[in-house]
Design a protein around this ligand. Structure first.
Ligand code: ATP
Length: 420
């Protein structure tokens, strides 16, 4: 039987009948017992010649670097192989069997689960909005255009939805009161970074508000903390496996309300630290901040307030989309917010305009063609409302302190990858 077992290619699926016996086992997940095999049946043979070795793809960077050091010092004959991102992604099914990678997707599932249950508990309704739409949802160039019903008499231009934004607002106007969606979001952005995909999973919510947009921030605090706490409580096994390959510091956050900074406060902190724009100019209260500046602010917030999770509120109106509600007391600012984890943005949100005149005016000012069905949704009684949109892959990446969003997307889509 040993000869037969030895002839089977790695990753062959087998059924085994045997006895569990006490043993001391090295380099296995089970270290104190093993299977004494009595019968072995092949369920599905694997072909010889795995495109990547799971052992190679499971090693931490520290282990690989140490083996390279030993090789350079002449202590060993060969170093461990480093499996590149493209090899992993081209063979994602095998790559998913790597324990850390497998655990990452279990954490990703958990994030959706806790997001969903936290919102259902708060009376939200899960919705599914269309992803093939007639016009750009967010405006701008980052839209995938397609021919809808090509070669038929119904042919017309169509787009892939850049967010469920307009539709979730329309559902609020339809009196669903509080809605959320977990679904795909398409962005035709030519960004070759570790945090941008051309298709990602949006965790979106929208709700009626009674007094202030801060009600939506309270809800955000609640579901984000439920996500963090749920993973901490129920996914220690997965966290341990991931941290063995990709070591990370646990995220720090408050279990109660989280830190909220006003945008000008954030700018002032950056200015005090001597941060300038790329062209050397001083930071203005009314400009957007770059990713580098965001990260710097995240570091300063961590040092000053001891948290990896915080909210920046009241962004300048200039840098927010047409549907954002301006601040009543100073319309140069808006009732909007971004949420950050470890210095990177994971969510954008705001109170939205529910007044038709103001909406049309803001569309004009921002050079956006108003979508007629959307604008009409606010004509016959409109509820004040606010919400936000989160990127699932980014939340998982940042929670686990990973360096690339491709590790948290099952089959990533980016400007150069459309397969598998
Ligand atoms: P960024 O400034 O990082 O490009 P954005 O301001 O365009 O993001 P929003 O449109 O506000 O992003 O989207 C809300 C959230 O969706 C972001 O905070 C992020 O978590 C996620 N997200 C946005 N674009 C992408 C992308 N291309 N790939 C992965 N996640 C994304």
């Amino acid at each position: 039987m040993i000869k037969f077992a030895g002839s089977l290619a790695k990753e062959t699926v087998v059924d085994i009948k045997g006895l569990i016996v006490k043993a001391e086992v090295k380099s296995c997940t089970q270290t104190d017992c093993e299977l004494s095999v009595q019968r072995l049946y092949v369920v599905a043979k694997a072909e010889v010649g795995l495109p990547l070795q799971i052992d190679d793809a499971s090693r931490s960077e520290a282990e690989i670097a140490e083996s390279e050091r030993k090789l350079a010092a002449g202590e060993v004959d060969g170093a461990y192989v480093r499996v590149g991102t493209d090899t992993r992604l081209d063979n994602r099914v095998i790559d998913m069997r790597v324990p850390a990678q497998n655990a990452i997707f279990r954490i990703s599932s958990a994030v959706c689960h806790y997001f969903r249950t936290a919102l259902l508990e708060k009376g939200f309704v899960e919705i599914h909005t269309p992803k093939i739409i007639a016009g750009a949802s967010e405006g701008g160039a980052e839209v995938f255009r397609l021919k809808y019903m090509e070669n038929t008499r119904f042919e017309q231009p169509g787009c892939l939805a850049q967010s469920p934004q307009l539709y979730k607002q329309m559902c609020i106007m339809g009196d669903l009161e509080r809605v959320f969606e977990v679904g795909p979001v398409f962005r035709a952005e030519n960004s070759h970074t570790g945090r941008h995909l051309t298709e990602f999973t949006g965790l979106d919510f929208e709700m009626e508000i009674k007094e202030s947009y801060r009600e939506a921030l309270e809800v955000t605090d609640e579901f984000m903390v439920k996500i963090f706490e749920g993973i901490k409580k129920n996914f220690q096994h997965e966290l341990k496996i991931i941290s063995q390959q990709y070591p990370f510091e646990p995220m720090s956050y408050n279990v109660g309300p989280n830190l909220r900074l006003m945008y000008p406060e954030g700018i002032a902190m950056l200015r005090e630290a001597g941060v300038k724009n790329e062209d050397g100019s001083e930071l203005s209260d009314f400009q957007d901040i770059s990713t580098v500046q965001e990260r710097k602010l995240g570091e300063m917030v961590k040092n000053k307030y001891g948290t990896d999770f915080y909210v920046l509120e009241k962004f300048p109106m200039e840098v927010r989309p047409f549907y954002t509600m301006p601040c009543k007391d100073d319309p140069r600012y808006s009732n909007s917010y971004d949420v950050f984890m470890r210095g990177q943005e994971i969510m954008s949100g705001a109170q939205r305009v529910h007044d038709v005149e103001l909406l049309v005016e803001q569309c004009k000012a921002k050079g956006v063609d108003p979508v007629q069905h959307y604008v009409d949704a606010f004509r016959f009684g409109a509820f004040p409302h606010a919400g936000g949109g989160i990127g699932l892959e980014r939340v998982v990446m940042l929670y686990l302190g990973l360096d690339n969003v491709r590790k948290t997307s099952l089959f990533p889509r980016d400007p150069t990858r459309l397969t598998p």
